[in-house]
Each structure stands twice: as C-alpha cells, then as structure tokens.
Ligand binder design. Structure first.
Ligand SMILES: *Cc1c(COP(=O)(O)O)cnc(C)c1O
Length: 350
C-alpha cells in the first residue's frame, strides 16, 4: 500500500454518522443470464431498472448480506469473516431456487466495492465503519409464481455509525412480540427479504411500548427465545453459563458465532446452544445482549414480558462485565487492534 497514492478521505463528520444510507460513488454488479454469471463490473448508477414483472418485487425472490470493513491502526482495511457471508448467501440462494454466487465472485464484488470507495471508509478511531450490502435479486419478465430467468448480484457500501443512536455500549430494551417472525421449518434461518417486512409492525409495536426492538419467541409454543428483528440473542446466566437459542428459525449470525467462540475460549464460560424458556429462566439471566453486524453487541438492559419489565445487570442501565469484555474482544479483533489468532479478519488490498 503506497500512502501517497491513496485517494483523500471524504470530509464527513465520521463520529456523528448514524445507521443510514449514504451514497458512495461505486457499486459492483454482475448478472446471471442463460445459466452463466457475467464477470461483474463497477458502476456508478445507484438505481436498478427492473422489469415490472420481476419475481424479486412480487414474490420476494431475493436475499442479501451485511458485513463491515474497518480501518486498522496501521491503515489496513479489514473485513470480518466474509467467507461466512458468502456461504450464508449460497444457502439462501439454494432455498429460493436462485443460482448461487460463487465465493470468488462474492469476495470480488465485496472487495471491488470497498476498494473503489476507499475515500468513504471511516478512519481508524472514528467509531464508524463501512457497511457492505451484497444482494441477489430475481429480475426479468415474469408473471406466474415461478423462479426468475435472470438475476442480479449487486454490492453497495455506505459509511455508518452505531445502529442504536447513543454511541458506545448503551443499553437497549426489548418487548416480547405477539407476532411471529418465522416458522420452525420456514425461512427464518436465511437472510431473505421475505422475513423482514412482516417484522416492521412488530418493531413499531415494541417502540410504542417504550422498547427499542421486538423480541420474537418461537412460533410453535411462544415460549423459547428466537431473536430480535435483526439481531441474535445471547444470555449470560447464573453459574457461568453463556447461552444462545438453539432454534432452527433464527438467522445464523456471524457475530453471534464469533461471540460464542470468544466466550468459551477467552472467557472460559460454559457455552450452550439450546432452547431458552423465557418465562421459566428469566430469573437466571444475569446479562442479555443482542448481536449482529449492525448492532455489534448491544447490552439488553430490560425486557417487557406479559406487561412486566424485567431488568438485568445494574438495574438495566449499564452493560455487565461479560458483555463489556466480549465487546472489547470482538471489536478489537475486527479493527485490527488485537492479535487475530482465529484468522477472522480478511485484508482488502487497496
Ligand atoms: C443479519 C441478521 C442478524 C445478524 O447476523 P450477522 O451475521 O451477525 O450480521 C441477526 N438476525 C437477523 C434476523 C439478521 O437479519
């Protein structure tokens, strides 16, 4: 990397960024036609022109991913486990009868979009990151319920700040929803658009009750924790146990899988992936956190269950020590501040 030739960073107030779309210059696009992927290219047009019959629009034949690029103290640009995003998109494509995006094309698309928008990558220490949104959509002329004949794989990027407004490790609150997010053998474990529009009302209802987000229980018994609208749940329980739901209906979060490994390997906690009976076990919850690329690890201070608020560590006003430690470890690795002994980071050559 030759510092002299790097484009100058945009004059953004990085520390003030929220989690919002910010247009950048380039996006990557490849198309699948007649059974073949095009090589893919960088383009500047942020609009996508699709046929009015496109299956992505009518039948939600589409999936997406979300990951971040961050700047290390030495200026390297790091992705976090992008191979897992490529694999998850492959699974989603298979579930929706879409052609899979080969891992090499996925990584090429992500790296090209990041590199081309170098000026928009938040500098180290700003607290912000470059959010990367790969997507695969079924396009082309269609009317009946059948799979699209053409597909577009697109990757755009946007610099973002924290998902929840208050910076740092501010606590959030959840309200148990009466609505179901995903059925046990449905599509809840795939990152596909079809799972999300139905959750907008649940989020609104949770917010009307004074919470940040809805907490979904399993759809069969309304008893076990599934997840929040866009984040998995982890719970530190009495007796040094660190637990996450074993539900088949939750999205297999890359962040959560990494946190579980850190909890076990670095903090020596006994980790378990199993059904968590919310009402039956809530008295044993010491710390609760929501996790995901966007949410990172957000401590959950309290949960509204059947009209009663239950609060956790420190009366729900501050993060507990386990959440705090996991946040520091995870973010430290992602930002290249601490040794990456798990080989989770992936450098983008600039
Ligand atoms: C994206 C997402 C997550 C978080 O997954 P990461 O891979 O950690 O970003 C959790 N739950 C849902 C429903 C999601 O869409």
């Amino acid at each position: 990397m030759n510092q002299q030739h790097l484009p100058e960073k945009k004059a953004l107030n990085w520390a003030e960024l929220g989690f919002q779309y910010q247009s950048t210059e380039y996006r990557f696009r490849a198309v699948h036609r007649n059974g073949e992927w095009s090589e893919g290219e960088l383009i500047t047009d942020k609009m996508i022109s699709v046929h009015e019959g496109a299956p992505a629009l009518h039948y939600a034949q589409q999936c997406f991913e979300g990951l971040k690029a961050q700047t290390a103290p030495d200026g390297r640009v790091l992705l976090f486990r992008p191979d897992l995003n490529a694999e998850r998109m492959r699974q989603a494509a298979g579930r929706l009868l879409m052609p899979h995006v080969p891992e090499e094309l996925f990584i090429k698309g992500v790296e090209s979009a990041v590199r081309a928008n170098y000026a928009w990558i938040p500098p180290h220490g700003s607290g912000a990151a470059l959010y990367i949104r790969p997507m695969l959509i079924g396009v082309g002329e269609n009317l009946g319920l059948k799979t699209a004949k053409e597909f577009e794989f697109r990757v755009f990027v946007s610099p973002v700040g924290p998902y929840y407004k208050s910076a740092g490790l501010a606590t959030i609150s959840l309200a148990v929803s009466d609505l179901d997010r995903a059925a046990p053998a449905g599509t809840g474990n795939y990152k596909i658009g079809a799972n999300y529009a139905g959750g907008l009302l649940a989020t609104r209802q949770a917010q009307e009750l004074g919470a940040n987000e809805a907490l979904f229980l399993d759809a069969r018994e309304r008893r076990y924790i599934d997840e929040a609208g866009s984040a998995n749940i982890v719970v530190a329980m009495t007796g040094g146990r660190f637990v996450t739901p074993g539900s088949s209906a939750v999205l297999p979060s890359v962040t959560r899988r990494s946190i579980m490994a850190l909890a076990e390997q670095e903090l020596g906690l006994k980790t378990e992936q199993r059904g968590i009976d919310l009402r039956g076990e809530i008295a044993d919850f010491e710390e609760v956190a929501a996790c995901g690329t966007a949410a990172v690890i957000s401590p959950v201070g309290k949960i509204l269950v059947d009209g009663n608020w239950h609060s956790f560590y420190g009366n729900g006003e501050e993060p507990g020590p386990i959440t705090q430690k996991l946040y520091e470890l995870l973010v430290g690795i992602q930002r290249g501040e601490i040794a990456d002994k798990y080989h989770w980071t992936h450098e983008v050559s600039i």
